[in-house]
Design a protein around this ligand. Structure first.
Ligand code: ATP
Ligand code: MG
Length: 468
């Protein structure tokens, strides 16, 4: 229905450039399919109306307008307004000003948050001051603070992509298009507004956003917007690690991870984000790619089925293939195998955190998932039942299956654990008894040293993936 309506709207006048115009193309509700009472959060509508009634300009903008036009349910609703953050806050009891690099107001309605941003202007390069509260720019051109307010026209110009610069006036049901966004929606193109290189230099994260939207919407990146990416990709190294963590979650935990991974590789954006994993892709391409791809595909499946996903499992999979090479290096310097694996795991995670600030609440479970890989083969006596009770069992078991699917030979361990979980008590006892006839399993528990203080601190150990 949406699609039909959208296809039938009249094509606007032709304009040759993607540069924003000072007068927008205005599309009435006969020319587009958006309706204020259909698929739009009533809270978003009420925020816009309230601001308009108070005498300010206010529009829905960004991802929600773009997604509605494409028949996708918006993730959230963003409002752009002429009111300053303080003026917005004064209009709503339930509003909070957030952010420093980019000040915004969050208006809370129960669990739903409507994000309200004041129109901003592109600050001319050279006029900023590193210590200014309003705007600041790094010598590379990167924007450090972006709080110079402007008109609606200015606001359209400083947005990233043409398809993200469509403004919907819920009152008049009109769409304002300053950057030929409708044209690019129709042609399924991600196109930066203005000069692509300059816009990436201002904010290198726009390269990740281009890839994210291309994967999510199944759009192409327009050729001039695509061209500088591989060249400028190393600039991602200068982005604060905390911001990159948020961006990486959006890349991999929103349902399009596998397609996103392909695009990140194509555009040279994967290596600056995950240097150790990129090295593993070079040294051991088949296993590494298969394991990462399996993990991303199963993440996408889970999201589609509405099941929970955790960043810990994702990062555990992305980094796992880098473990053996790192452990081998340490062993070559004389470290015994088990401590070498432990140390490799520790080093890998802390190096990755310098690039992407994975919070502790996720790095600990990464270690636990890895450590579980060494414990899952040791099943005799009461061990199997104890492992089953471990809160990390499920993640460890899923990770084992992932490794097997990627080509790790574990001697059928995954099947054994699948059967064990379904077995009755007596069958379980038999399965454990049968183990003692297998030499590998029978001797494993006795071989294992009882842990000293040092060992306990570092966890139980992790088995490296199949040798390269
Ligand atoms: P989604 O919410 O579906 O991920 P979105 O386009 O709404 O997509 P947000 O991060 O919510 O993305 O940003 C809202 C809008 O703000 C964008 O549509 C875009 O117009 C603008 N924007 C966000 N980040 C940038 C950026 N780095 N540079 C320029 N404009 C940006
Ligand atoms: Mg949004």
């Amino acid at each position: 229905m949406l699609k039909k309506l959208f296809q039938s709207f009249r094509s606007p006048l032709r304009h040759s450039k993607q540069h924003p115009r000072s007068t927008p193309e205005v599309l009435s509700n006969r020319q587009h399919p958006l309706r204020r009472d259909e698929n739009i959060s009533r809270y978003a509508v009420s925020v816009v109306e309230r601001l308009q009634n108070a005498g300010y300009q206010a529009y829905l903008v960004g991802g929600c307008v773009r997604d509605l036009l494409l028949g996708i349910k918006p993730k959230d609703f963003d409002v752009a307004t002429s009111a300053t953050p303080e003026q917005v806050r004064a209009e709503f009891r339930n509003a909070r000003v957030i952010g420093r690099r980019f000040k915004l107001v969050h208006v809370h309605f129960g669990r739903e948050i409507i994000e309200v941003a004041t129109f901003r202007a592109n600050h001319p390069q050279g006029e900023e001051d590193e210590n200014s509260n309003l705007s600041a720019r790094h010598e590379s051109g990167r924007i450090l603070r972006d709080n110079v307010y402007g008109s609606l026209e200015d606001d359209a110009q400083r947005r990233d992509f043409t398809i993200n610069a469509l403004y919907f006036d819920v009152t008049g049901e009109r769409i304002l298009d300053y950057a030929r966004g409708m044209h690019d929606i129709r042609n399924r193109l991600i196109r930066l507004i203005g000069d692509p290189e300059q816009r990436y230099l201002e904010d290198p994260v726009r390269m990740l956003r281009a890839v994210r939207f291309a994967a999510k919407l199944d759009f192409d990146i327009e050729k001039h917007s695509a061209e500088p990416i591989a060249r400028l990709a190393p600039m991602l190294r200068d982005i604060p690690a905390a911001r990159l963590f948020d961006e990486v979650l959006k890349l991999f935990l929103t349902g399009y991870a596998e397609r996103t991974f392909d695009l990140l590789l194509d555009y040279g954006l994967f290596a600056p984000l995950f240097p150790a994993s990129a090295a593993a892709l070079k040294h051991n391409p088949e296993y590494t790619e298969r394991l990462i791809r399996e993990a991303l595909a199963s993440t996408d499946d889970r999201i589609e089925q509405g099941k929970p996903v955790t960043p810990a499992f994702l990062f555990a999979a992305l980094l796992w293939p880098a473990l053996p090479a790192r452990a081998a290096q340490l062993q070559a310097r004389g470290m015994p195998p088990i401590p070498a694996i432990q140390e490799a795991a520790h080093e890998l995670i802390s190096e990755q955190c310098q690039r992407i600030a994975v919070p502790k609440r996720f790095t600990l479970p990464i270690r636990e998932i890895w450590d579980m890989q060494e414990r899952l083969p040791r099943r005799s006596g009461k061990r199997a039942d104890l492992l089953l009770e471990n809160p990390r069992f499920r993640a460890g078991y899923d990770f084992l299956l992932l490794r097997e699917n990627a080509g790790d030979d574990t001697g059928g361990l995954g099947d054994w654990w699948t059967d064990y979980q379904d077995a009755s008590d007596s069958e379980r006892r038999r399965m454990i008894r049968d183990l003692s006839s297998s030499p590998a399993e029978g001797s494993a528990p006795r071989k294992r040293r009882r842990g000293g203080a040092k060992r306990r601190n570092r966890g139980e150990g992790a088995t490296p993936p199949a040798a390269e």
